[in-house]
Design a protein around this ligand. Structure first.
Ligand SMILES: [Zn+2]
Length: 76
């Protein structure tokens, strides 16, 4: 990955919650497993870094999303 887009810092990194597998941790005994995907990265295996999150914010702003819509797309 060297020499490609070197202007940009890393925008995403392996999800630390699932170790980059995208899988939810096994449910503990007596606990309902609501999803097979990691809750943090939604199974994408990677999570945005701080720089990536800034880029997401930038894109959302440039797309003219209202704060309410941006909030919903992030937490909905
Ligand atoms: Zn994850």
């Amino acid at each position: 990955m060297h020499g490609h887009n070197s202007q940009l810092p890393p925008l995403e990194e392996p999800c630390t919650a699932c170790g980059g597998t995208g899988d939810a941790p096994p449910a503990r005994p007596g606990e309902m497993q609501t999803s097979l995907n990691c809750a943090t990265c939604k199974g994408h295996k990677v999570a945005p870094t701080a720089a990536g999150q800034q880029l997401l914010d930038f894109v959302q702003r440039r797309l003219g999303l209202s704060e309410k819509e941006a909030h919903r797309s992030m937490f909905g």
